[in-house]
Design a protein around this ligand. Structure first.
Ligand SMILES: NC(=O)c1ccc[n+]([C@@H]2O[C@H](COP(=O)([O-])OP(=O)(O)OC[C@H]3O[C@@H](n4cnc5c(N)ncnc54)[C@H](OP(=O)(O)O)[C@@H]3O)[C@@H](O)[C@H]2O)c1
Length: 301
């Protein structure tokens, strides 16, 4: 089984490459990627989607393509330039990747592409499965266009899976890497009222879901990549505080987060009670279905 992977040097991609057999990775910095990923990858392809089309060398088709690239949404303030990079790295990046596959004439059997639960916007108390209406605003627009970018492949009969990923928990990156030190210094606390729902997934379950999506021919379209038990922000805070053995009582006010983080802060107050209906209906087994074991296990991930 051969795989072409974008975003292989990232938090999720780094955990995934070790689980794939014959993997080629694209990176904007192939030298750094080769050092970082070592023997886990067969080829590293130098490619910066912001400046060039992707050129695939002639040869047999990849069996699968996994598309995880994207400018971080949590690092840095959302200036106009940053928002353009968030959007273009996903939408134009995916369009260029898809165009390269179509032009090569060698189509993969399956294309697994990252998307995000941000597509649903702010959903209050509603339970959100894959059929839930989409929200409005920047993140929804980006996710919709990111998903639409794969249409040429679906039209040519390639099975496409859009993993709508929740907050990924693991110690080597993502939210926990940033939050754990704050909580250890007793600086963590519920965000605002703490009543907003959070859709989350342990990185090991996300990697397993990507592999399962590749292998499982009956899975296509939107798939919520979240654990079956979403939690309120207050419950997440309690579990994280317990895990680091510190109290977390003081709420972090909304205006302070807005001052510190800018526009991105607003998305932290979205309530998203997302459930993985498609994954459960198709027999996916979660290793970490509940929040405390997932956060505790993140130390070993
Ligand atoms: N982590 C989460 O909580 C979460 C939640 C929802 C959705 N997702 C989505 O899942 C995917 C993987 O997440 P992750 O946490 O592993 O991401 P990550 O650690 O930020 O890594 C993403 C990779 O994308 C590439 N990249 C970064 N900026 C880029 C740009 N401007 N243009 C092109 N490529 C760029 C980088 O590879 P090179 O430097 O090697 O090029 C990087 O290693 C992303 O698409 C993300 O949006 C993640």
């Amino acid at each position: 089984m051969t795989t072409l992977l974008t975003g292989g040097t990232g938090f999720v991609g780094h955990s995934l490459v070790h689980r794939l057999d014959h993997v080629s990775v694209t990176s904007r910095n192939s030298t750094k990627a080769r050092i970082q990923l070592g023997d886990s990858v067969e080829h590293v392809i130098q490619w910066d989607p912001a400046i060039e089309p992707l050129k695939l060398s002639p040869g047999p088709a990849f069996d699968s393509v996994v598309n995880l690239m994207g400018e971080s949404i949590a690092e840095g303030r959302w200036t106009a330039e940053k928002k353009a990079r968030i959007r273009n790295s996903r939408v134009e990046g995916t369009q260029k990747l898809v165009a390269a596959l179509v032009e090569s004439g060698n189509l993969p059997r399956v294309f697994v592409s990252a998307s995000a639960i941000g597509i649903y916007g702010n959903c209050g108390e509603a339970t959100v499965d894959e059929s839930h209406r989409h929200g409005t605003g920047f993140l929804t627009d980006v996710c919709e266009d990111w998903e639409s970018a794969t249409e040429p492949l679906s039209k040519l009969g390639v099975r496409v899976v859009h993993l709508r990923i929740g907050i990924v928990l693991g110690d080597q990156g993502g939210a926990l890497e940033k939050l754990k030190p704050l909580f250890r210094w007793c600086l963590g606390g519920p965000l605002g009222s703490g009543t907003q729902w959070m859709g989350w997934i342990h990185v090991q379950d996300l990697v397993a879901m990507i592999l399962w999506s590749i292998k499982n021919d009956s899975v296509s379209g939107a798939v919520n990549a979240t654990a079956p038990n979403p939690v309120r922000n207050s419950e997440f805070t309690k579990a994280l505080a317990k895990s680091v053995g510190r109290p977390a009582i003081l709420p972090v006010p909304r205006f302070a987060l807005r001052l510190a983080l800018g526009e991105f802060a607003e998305s932290l107050f979205f309530s998203q009670r997302v459930v993985p209906a498609v994954a459960l209906a198709n027999g996916f087994d979660f290793l970490f279905p509940d929040i405390q074991t997932a956060i505790d296990a993140a130390d070993q991930s």
